[in-house]
Design a binder for this molecule. Structure first.
Ligand SMILES: *Cc1c(COP(=O)(O)O)cnc(C)c1O
Length: 360
């Protein structure tokens, strides 16, 4: 431990991302990246922006991108908050909305692990609510009256790493029962068959919807995420952002993201291609004896009754295929497998057939 560190650094629990290794013939199915590239129009816009104008600061308000996001979701520009990836947006949400004294934040036991990382970073008390045995979220757990109203409720829909979606009726029940609590719905995977809560924004001023361009728009490398919420909440987020980094959206990210948002046809076609590949992969894995959670995301959470998840992961790794394994109670016998292209999924299944045949 360094003698020069700030007091809180040793106590942090940093997020652990899926590994990003570079190997020949590597098949990366461990971080939910998109198997197909971004819109060619986005790539062209990015190339066009690589000029001497990069000596200038980017547009401070990122107005064009803000307008494009607003247009895309049928909200006003003052309902949009932009960030350098949705992880940054989430950090500002914690800082701007969840630091409410001893009031806790409620979240499921199995969900995106960055939420508890931010709880520890910001010193927010986390009230962890176990999902049901089948990994579905029991809305009654979030409706029950508590002595202290929570500062926030946060979950992903579809959830990660299970892929299980929650219905809009259930989300509305949570919103209506918690008017003095900010409810954050992280929709990183919603474009692969889930239902967005954006339509509830009109009725509930305690709702924050978070989306990212990293997954369904195949732009993880560009780092663009955003929150949609009431103008009042957006104002809080802007105040925090401008106290930290007032230029998180670089020029390249702004133009690339705008061009991607405008290319609806490409976007819808590629989302459908991933959905089709997912359903084929589900059928193929079931053939191999896997049990799969009902995912509406671009990944499948799979367990095999006869083989250990850690063993399968290691055997796949030796064949140059990476999948994600969480050493965490309740899901240690599961593998989270990103849906690749049909060819990539076929390679995965061939390797699995061989591995399971040998008894991993
Ligand atoms: C990938 C992911 C994010 C982060 O996305 P970035 O925009 O790339 O930071 C946020 N939430 C969930 C649930 C994710 O899976």
């Amino acid at each position: 431990m360094s003698r020069l560190w700030s007091d809180h650094v040793a106590g942090l629990s940093p997020y652990v991302p899926g590994e990003q290794v570079k190997l020949d013939n590597l098949l990366k199915l461990n971080t939910n990246e998109h198997p197909f590239g971004p819109s060619p129009k986005a790539l062209e816009a990015i190339r066009q922006a690589a000029t001497d104008d990069l000596r200038l600061y980017p547009s401070y308000s990122a107005q064009e991108l803000r307008d494009a996001v607003a247009h895309n979701h049928g909200v006003k520009a003052n309902n949009v908050f932009l960030g350098n990836g949705s992880d940054e947006v989430l950090a500002h949400v914690f800082s701007a909305l969840f630091l409410r004294g001893v009031r806790p934040v409620l979240l499921p036991d199995i969900t995106y692990s960055f939420y508890t990382t931010y709880c520890s970073y910001f010193g927010v008390p986390a009230d962890i609510v176990p999902l049901r045995e089948d990994f579905t979220l029991n809305v009654q757990d979030y409706v029950r009256k508590r002595s202290l109203p929570p500062a926030g409720i946060i979950f992903a829909n579809p959830n990660a790493p299970t892929g299980i979606p929650l219905s809009l009726e259930d989300i509305e029940t949570i919103l209506a029962a918690n008017p003095d609590t900010t409810v954050v719905v992280d929709e990183a995977y919603v474009d692969f068959g889930g239902t967005s809560s954006v339509s509830l924004l009109e009725k509930y001023d305690n709702l924050v919807v978070i989306q990212t361009m990293s997954k369904s728009r195949a732009l993880a490398g560009l780092r663009v995420g955003y929150a949609l919420a009431s103008a009042d909440i957006i104002q809080a987020l802007e105040r925090v952002k401008d106290s930290f980094n007032s230029y998180p959206m670089d020029t390249i990210a702004q133009v690339g993201a705008v061009a991607s948002l405008k290319d609806t046809e490409y976007f819808e076609r590629q989302c459908q291609a991933v959905i089709d590949a997912r359903e084929q992969l589900r059928a193929d894995l079931e053939q191999l004896g896997f049990e799969i959670l009902p995912s509406k995301a671009n990944f499948l959470m799979a367990t095999h009754p006869k083989h250990s998840a850690a063993g399968i992961q290691q055997a796949l790794r030796e064949q140059g295929i990476l999948v994600r394994h969480f050493r965490q109670p309740r899901i240690e016998q599961y593998l989270r497998i990103t849906v690749g292209s049909p060819e990539q999924c076929a390679r995965l299944c061939n390797s699995l057939r061989q591995i399971l045949g040998q008894g991993a």
